[in-house]
Design a protein around this ligand. Structure first.
Ligand code: SF4
Ligand code: SF4
Ligand code: FES
Length: 262
């Protein structure tokens, strides 16, 4: 007699990239899947039953730590948030490491590029005339920052962005969507006093973080597991603000007067 658990289980076809810095290849597996499972569960079953040395990075299994980023059938995804129910039972599920970053082993990549880019964005500059407890902001400004701060640093947006995905040579000049979003957040922050400190975030967005490379294709937004509207709410407004700074005569004059008086 078939039990209820057996009735909802099936054998899936997985194709997983195995290798290291010297190269590798896709390896085929047939593996059991149970109802309600996600791709990470199946990868763990592979480790437990057929490939004990298969390397995969994960921590929370709840879509919150951003560790389990990889590509499933060529699309950047969190392995712990990709339900097996989205695939046909007969479909081959191909799991590969993030393509934009160097492989360490199997599904684990070196995402150090992102930490370098994070360090290049100067932090929030506190206003000098306000003390702790005196900061006040409009709810609209709070809401904007809160959207950007939902980021779990999974770097799926960085991986999918065509500016670096197939163009290693662009990496030194381009911060990527996650960190341009950080620049946008700080530039739009009503209490950030970077300007008074001589730091023009609109200028650095263009000249140091590569904002001009972004051609607003929205691919980053499409893969963001937190649903952050990276392109519409961060990158496009930052581009508009940078263009205003450069071409609006009043903004230009204001900047010039401010520079003179400081
Ligand atoms: S919108 Fe810009 S940052 Fe996002 S994927 Fe496209 S080019 Fe990259
Ligand atoms: S913006 Fe979204 S896709 Fe990019 S790192 Fe943050 S959570 Fe991940
Ligand atoms: S394991 Fe934490 S986001 Fe997937």
């Amino acid at each position: 007699m078939t039990t209820a658990a057996e009735a909802t289980s099936y054998e899936a076809h997985f194709r997983v990239w195995r290798g290291d810095t010297d190269g590798g290849a896709l390896e085929d597996f047939t593996v059991e899947v149970h109802e309600g499972e996600v791709v990470l569960d199946v990868i763990h079953r592979l480790q437990a039953t057929q490939a004990p040395d298969l390397a995969v990075r994960w921590n929370c299994k709840a879509g919150k730590c951003g560790s389990c980023s990889a590509e499933v059938n060529g699309r950047p995804r969190l392995l712990c948030m990709t339900r097996m129910s989205v695939f046909d039972h007969a479909e081959i599920v191909t799991v590969t490491p993030l393509r934009a970053f160097p492989v360490v082993r199997d599904l684990v990549t070196d995402v150090g590029f992102n930490y370098e880019k994070a360090r290049e964005v100067p932090a929030f500059v506190p206003p000098q005339d306000l003390g702790p407890g005196e900061y006040r902001m409009q709810q609209e400004d709070v809401g904007r920052s809160q959207e950007f701060r939902k980021c779990i640093e999974c770097f799926l947006c960085q991986d999918t962005c065509h500016v670096v995905r197939d163009h290693e040579e662009n990496k030194p000049a381009f911060a990527g969507p996650r960190f341009l979003m950080r620049v946008a957040e700080l530039d739009m922050h009503p209490l950030d006093a970077a300007d008074e400190d001589g730091l023009d975030r609109k200028r650095t967005a263009q000249e140091e973080h590569g904002l001009g490379y972004c051609n607003i294709t929205k691919c980053c937004t499409e893969v963001c597991p937190e649903g952050i509207k990276i392109t519409d709410n961060a990158l496009i407004p930052l581009k508009e603000r940078a263009a205003d700074r450069k071409y609006d005569p009043l903004v230009w004059l204001g900047n010039k007067i401010r520079r003179r008086s400081s």
